[in-house]
Design a protein around this ligand. Structure first.
Ligand code: 3H9
Length: 690
C-alpha cells in the first residue's frame, strides 16, 4: 500500500488515510492507490464501513492543480466507485475540503466534520467549474439555489453552515477520527438504507426554476467576460433539468473546455504567482515575534490598516494626535464593523471580539509595547520624518517600523532614523481592510529577517503581498501613471471619457480610468501633479472648477444626488472640445483597439522597465500587484502574462508605431520587452530571483 493512501482496520471499520503534504491534493500518486484500496475494501467481507480521512493540516484541498492538462479522469472514477459501495462510507473532514476534495466527500454516503472545517468548490477562482461531479451532486444535498451560490462564488462555508444546509451530516466534537469511526460503525449496525448522493432527488424537486434563472442571469451579468461563472451556473442548472448521467457528462464537457482555455490558464497562473511572491530571500530566517501592532493615524487609511490586523486577530494600538480625532477614528471603525454585521458577513460576537482588540492612545509612549508600528499619516516627507523621529525614540529595540506611503522615498525616511535596518514600507490599498494587495517596500538597508517577517505576517492577515523596490510609485502606481499618460491626448483627439471607460470595461476591468478617477477623487492627482511641476490641461481645469469626482457630485461625469452611477456630462465634452480647439487638435474617430494600444501597451512597457531595474523580482509579481490592487481582469492573468497572450512581438511593433507617430518616450519599447518578444517568455528573459 502506498504511503500517500494507507488503510487501517478499526474493529471492522476501514480507515483510508490520504497523506499528500502540504494540502493532500489528489495527485496521480494518490488517486491510483486510493482507487485500488476502495475496490479491495468494497469486496472485503470483513469490512463493515469505510471512513476516508486525511493526515496533516487539511482534508483534500482539491485536484492537483499542477496536473491539469494531464488526464484527471480517475477522480471521477473514484467518486463513481464510491457510489457502488453498499456499506456505509463516511468522509471525516478537518481543515478544508475544497474542490475535488469536497467532490470526493460527495461520493460518500455521509460527511462528518470538526467545528473548524470549511467546505467549498473554489474551482471558479481558477477559471474552472467543479469537474468531479460537484455541480451535479451538491445541488442534490443543499438545494439548487444554495449550490448555485457556492459554486459561482467559490467561497467555502463553515461546518455549521454546511450542517444546516444538509451538506454535512454531523459536526463532531473531540477526536474527529475516533468520532467518525464511531459514526460509521453505528451506521453499519443500523443496516441502512445507504443512499448515494446521486440518487437523492428530493431537494432538487423543490427547485423554483424561474427564481434560479433570475439569480443565474444576475450572476452572469456580474461575470464581466469571465467564462467560468457562467459555465458553473449552466452546469448547476443541468443538475435540475437533466438526468444525472447526462448532467455529469455535460459537466465534463464544460470542464474540459474551460481547462484548455486561456482564462483558466491565466487564473491558475495567478494562483501560483501569489504563492511565489511570498518566496523572498531570507524567508527561512527566524521571524521576529509580532504580538501587538501599532498604527499611527486613525483616518481612512490608518483605520483600515488597524482593522486589517484586528481581523487577523492581532491586538492593535491606534495612535492619534488628539482625543477627538481618535474618537472619530474609533467610531468609524465601529461603524464599519456594524455594517458588516447588518450585511450578515460578521457576527455580533465577532464584532465585539475585534473591537476588543483595539486600544486607542494619544501618547507615543504607548507604542513602546508594539512589535510592528505602521505610520499612516499625511503623505508628506517632513511630516513622515517627524513621526519617525518620535518613533525612533520610543519603539522597543527590534520593533519593525513601517511607513504606509504611496510615493515617497523610503530610503530617505530610513536614513533619518537610527535603525534603518528595522524599517520598510507597507503600501496598503484603500480600503485597507478590504483590498488584498500589499506592496512591501524593501529599502536599501532593510534587514532580511524584517522583510521575511512582514511577508509572513501579510499572508497571515490574508494579503497578497509583493516585495517591491524603492522608486516613485513603486510597482502599481508607477505603472498606473504609464497607463494614464495618454488619457488626455486620447480625449483631445476625439475620444470621450465614456468611450475610453467602455473600452476598459469591455476588456474586463471593473471600471475605466475616468470612473476610477471620480471614485478616488481627482484632487489627489492634481495635488500630485502640482508637487511635481506637471500639468494636465483637461483634468486640471476640472479641478479648478471644483469637480473632484463623486464626492463633489461632478468630475469626469455627473452624479445624481445619492447615486454612484456616472452620467456623461455635456459640459465636460464641451470643455474637451474647447481645449482641443485651443491646441489645434482635430477630432477623429478613435476605436477601442487604439485605446487599448495607447494605454495598456505602455503599462506593459513600464512593467518591463520595472523588471529590468529590479524594482520587482519577477514578472508574475507585477501581475499579482495588478490583479489584486488595480482590477486587471484575472482572466487575462495580469499585464505581463497578457503581454504573452497578446503577443509581445505585436506589442513592440505597435509601441514602435506610436513612438513614430507621437515621439513620446512612453512608447519607446523597453529593451527587456524587445528581448521578451524574441524569447517568448519572461522567465527566459529575467530568470528567477536569488
Ligand atoms: C479541482 O479540484 C478540480 C476538480 O473539481 C475536478 C478535477 C477533475 N494543487 O495556499 P498555500 C500548494 S481544482 C496543487 O500556501 P494555505 C500551493 O501552491 C482545485 N498544489 O497554503 C503551495 O505550494 P508551495 C480546487 C496546491 O495553508 C502549498 O500547496 N481547489 C493545491 O495558505 C500550500 O498552499 C482549490 O482551488 C492544489 N489543489 O492554504 C484549493 N492547493 O508551498 C486551492 C495548494 O510550493 N488551495 N497547493 O507554494 C487553496 O485554496 C489553499 O492552498 C488552501 C491552503 C486553503 C488549501
Amino acid at each position: 500500500m502506498s504511503s500517500s493512501a494507507s488503510v487501517a482496520n478499526e474493529n471492522g471499520v476501514a480507515v483510508v488515510t490520504i497523506d499528500n503534504p502540504p494540502v493532500n491534493a489528489l495527485s496521480f500518486h494518490v488517486r491510483k492507490p486510493l482507487y485500488e484500496a476502495l475496490v479491495a475494501l468494497r469486496d472485503d467481507p470483513a469490512v463493515s464501513a469505510i471512513v476516508i480521512a486525511c493526515a496533516g493540516r487539511p482534508f483534500v484541498a482539491g485536484a492537483d492543480i499542477t496536473e491539469f492538462g494531464k488526464p484527471v479522469e480517475q477522480l471521477r472514477a473514484i467518486v463513481a466507485l464510491l457510489e457502488t459501495i453498499a456499506k456505509p462510507t463516511v468522509a471525516a473532514i478537518h481543515g478544508t475540503a475544497l474542490g475535488g476534495g469536497l467532490e470526493l466527500a460527495l461520493g460518500c454516503h455521509f460527511r462528518v466534520a470538526d467545528q473548524d472545517a470549511k467546505l467549498g468548490l473554489p474551482e471558479v477562482k481558477l477559471g474552472l467549474l467543479p469537474g468531479g461531479g460537484g455541480t451535479v451532486r451538491l445541488p442534490r444535498l443543499v438545494g439548487a439555489a444554495k449550490a448555485l451560490g457556492m459554486i459561482v462564488s467559490g467561497t467555502p462555508i463553515s461546518a455549521g453552515e454546511a450542517e444546516a444546509a444538509g451538506l454535512v451530516d454531523a459536526v463532531l466534537d473531540g477526536d474527529l477520527l475516533a468520532e467518525a469511526i464511531r459514526f460509521a460503525s453505528e451506521m453499519a449496525i443500523s443496516g441502512g438504507p445507504f443512499i448515494a448522493v446521486r440518487d437523492r432527488n428530493d431537494r432538487l424537486a423543490e427547485t423554483d426554476l424561474a427564481a434560479f434563472d433570475v439569480h443565474a442571469a444576475d450572476l452572469a451579468r456580474k461575470a464581466r467576460g469571465l467564462e467560468a461563472p457562467i459555465a458553473c451556473a449552466g452546469a448547476a442548472r443541468n443538475a435540475i433539468t437533466l438526468p444525472f448521467d447526462e448532467a455529469l457528462a455535460a459537466e465534463r464537457r464544460l470542464f474540459l473546455k474551460l481547462v484548455a482555455g486561456d482564462q483558466s490558464r491565466a487564473q491558475r497562473y495567478l494562483f501560483f504567482a501569489e504563492r511565489e511572491a511570498a518566496k523572498v530571500p531570507g524567508r527561512d530566517l527566524h521571524k521576529r515575534k509580532i504580538a501587538r501592532v501599532g498604527v499611527i493615524g486613525a483616518g481612512t487609511m490608518g483605520g483600515g490598516i488597524a482593522m486589517a490586523f484586528a481581523n487577523g486577530g492581532f491586538p492593535v494600538t491606534l495612535l492619534e494626535t488628539s482625543a477627538e480625532a481618535l474618537q472619530r477614528g474609533l467610531a468609524t471603525i465601529e461603524k464599519n464593523y456594524a455594517v458588516s454585521v447588518s450585511r450578515g458577513s460578521l457576527s455580533e460576537e465577532a464584532k465585539q471580539q475585534r473591537l476588543g482588540l483595539f486600544k486607542g492612545s494619544i501618547d507615543y509612549a504607548d507604542l513602546a509595547e508594539c512589535d510592528l508600528i505602521i505610520e499612516a499619516v499625511f503623505e508628506d516627507m517632513a511630516v513622515k520624518k517627524d513621526v519617525f523621529g518620535k518613533l525612533d525614540a520610543v519603539a522597543k529595540p527590534g520593533a519593525i517600523l513601517a511607513t504606509n506611503t504611496s510615493y515617497l522615498d523610503v530610503n530617505e525616511i530610513a536614513a533619518s532614523i537610527s535603525r534603518p535596518q528595522d524599517m520598510l514600507g507597507m503600501h496598503f490599498f484603500s480600503p485597507a481592510n478590504v483590498m488584498k494587495l500589499l506592496e512591501i517596500v524593501r529599502a536599501e538597508k532593510t534587514a532580511p529577517d524584517v522583510l521575511a517577517t512582514v511577508v509572513d505576517l501579510a499572508r497571515r492577515i490574508g494579503k497578497a503581498a509583493v516585495v517591491v523596490g524603492v522608486c516613485h510609485g513603486f510597482v502599481g502606481n508607477r505603472m498606473l501613471s504609464a497607463r494614464g499618460a495618454e488619457n488626455e491626448f486620447l480625449l483631445l483627439e476625439g475620444a470621450t471619457p465614456s468611450k475610453i471607460d467602455k473600452a476598459f470595461t469591455d476588456f474586463g476591468w471593473p471600471m475605466g480610468p475616468f470612473q476610477m478617477g471620480d471614485l478616488a477623487g481627482l484632487d489627489i492627482g492634481w495635488r500630485n501633479r502640482k508637487a511635481r511641476g506637471q500639468t494636465a490641461v483637461i483634468a486640471d481645469t476640472l479641478c479648478e472648477q471644483g469637480r473632484f469626482g463623486q464626492k463633489t457630485g461632478r468630475g469626469w461625469y455627473r452624479y445624481e444626488s445619492g447615486s454612484r452611477e456616472p452620467v456623461a456630462d455635456p459640459e465636460v465634452e464641451a470643455l474637451i472640445l474647447a481645449k482641443a480647439a485651443e491646441q489645434d487638435v482635430e477630432a477623429r474617430a478613435i476605436g477601442a483597439e487604439e485605446i487599448i494600444e495607447r494605454t495598456l501597451y505602455p503599462l506593459v512597457n513600464e512593467g518591463a522597465r520595472i523588471l529590468a531595474e529590479g524594482i520587482a523580482a519577477r514578472a508574475s509579481d507585477i501581475d499579482v500587484v495588478w490583479a489584486n490592487g488595480y482590477g486587471f481582469p484575472v482572466g487575462k492573468g495580469g499585464p505581463m502574462f497578457w503581454a504573452g497572450l497578446d503577443g509581445a512581438a505585436r506589442i513592440v511593433e505597435r509601441l514602435e508605431y506610436w513612438h513614430r507617430q507621437t515621439g513620446r518616450a512612453i512608447f519607446e519599447p523597453a529593451p527587456l520587452l524587445r528581448r521578451f518578444a524574441e524569447k517568448g517568455n519572461w522567465e527566459g528573459v529575467v530568470g528567477r530571483p536569488a
